[in-house]
Design a protein around this ligand. Structure first.
Ligand code: OAD
Length: 336
């Protein structure tokens, strides 16, 4: 991208549009640069890319190496204060909950009841919180495992809602029901009906076409302040969640821990001169790292490299079970 733009600038300068003096030429090139920047910014703003920024052209050195060690060094440098984690179904699979798009999926089949082994990747997020580094955890998961693992409600944005609570669909009523109530209805194979008004009761999970929860608005204040984005176990194909990767500042490193690469830069947008999505390959990459493999394994290795292995172990072993139970029983991730 930087190459394209500097080439354009150079062409315009040498052709000169009849400019005789060098300063005038520079000035005129500067104005054209600015126009180009404004144009890029306009497109960027219109398309909500958040990348109309000249910083990107300079390829800053934010990571020593483009791998897990580079991210670890970056954290150890002490300059990381606000980590945002983004997750999808892949962080729950080790708890026996299938994801959506892996070939062997069996959707939500094991969701009822929380007598499941705890997935380590979720505890990694809670460990970041305990270290005071977690700005927010954004999840697409509706299984409420993050709540169970003890991630405090104010640190959690359940972007696609939750199955943990349900609500009467009657706008005049909106009576709330808990998981136990809904589970009983499902197991009894009856349509859940509101005890107040007899309208249907629907889980608080977001269905396609429905608006996202109000809390998703936290994106606006969180992402500009993010200094490390960690993306775990998601195919990054569902919008608007997947485009959150573009909402962090242009220099912010982005780490993907997943079975396979996801959210790759859109080639069409690259041709248009925009960076959009994650860019693991190519000479222009200075901040995106993919660690490919199992989420739990990646998180364990990450903790080990940070010198936090014992902390993670004890969090998993003794952990936040009591904290988790109280979070689950008191319910919603309702406040910031
Ligand atoms: P997907 O099933 O689309 O993607 C899960 C990703 O995690 C895939 O790339 C898997 O390869 C990877 N994966 C699975 N298990 C893993 C593991 N143990 N370690 C590492 N990677 C693993 O699920 P999501 O991206 O979460 O929306 O799907 C997003 C949304 O699609 C869901 O929230 C849901 C669905 O439609 C709604 O319900 C609105």
């Amino acid at each position: 991208m930087s190459k394209d733009l500097s080439l354009t600038t150079k062409d315009k300068t040498t052709k000169g549009k009849g400019c005789s003096n060098e300063n005038h030429q520079r000035l005129s090139a500067g104005v054209e640069d600015k126009e180009m920047d404004n144009l890029r910014k306009w497109f960027s703003d219109k398309l909500a890319l958040g990348l109309g920024n000249k910083d990107l052209m300079e390829k800053p050195k934010v990571l020593h190496t483009l791998d897990l060690d580079g991210i670890v060094d970056y954290i150890k440098s002490g300059n990381v204060r606000n980590i945002i984690t983004m997750a999808g179904a892949g962080i729950s699979t080790s708890a026996g909950i299938p994801d959506f798009r892996s070939p062997s999926s069996g959707l939500y089949s094991k969701l009822c009841g929380f007598d499941l082994p705890y997935p380590e990747a979720i505890f990694e997020i809670e460990l970041l919180n305990k270290k005071g580094l977690l700005l927010r955890h954004y999840t697409q998961n509706v299984d409420a495992l993050e709540r169970v693992a003890g991630i405090p409600a104010e640190k959690l944005v359940e972007a696609h809602g939750t199955l943990h609570t349900s609500r009467c669909i009657n706008p005049e009523c909106r009576e709330e029901y808990d998981r136990k109530w809904m589970t009983e209805k499902v197991l009894a194979d009856v349509v859940p009906r509101c005890e107040q008004c007899k309208a249907v009761v629907k889980p608080d999970a977001v269905f396609f076409g429905e608006p996202l929860p109000e809390r998703f608005r936290l994106v606006e204040e969180d992402f500009p302040n993010c200094d490390l984005l960690i993306i775990l176990g998601t195919s990054l194909v569902v919008q608007p969640f997947s485009s959150l990767v573009d909402r962090v500042p242009p220099r912010c490193p982005r780490l993907l821990i997943n079975h396979e690469e996801a959210g790759n830069e859109d080639p069409v947008m690259v041709v248009l001169g925009f960076s959009c999505g994650l860019q693991f390959h190519g000479a222009d990459n200075f901040r995106d790292v993919a660690w490919l493999g199992d989420c739990d394994e990646g998180c364990y290795l990450f903790a080990e490299k940070l010198g936090w292995k014992e902390d993670l172990k004890s969090l998993i072993e003794n952990g936040c079970q009591s904290e988790a139970i109280s979070t689950v029983e008191t319910g919603a991730a309702g406040s910031t």
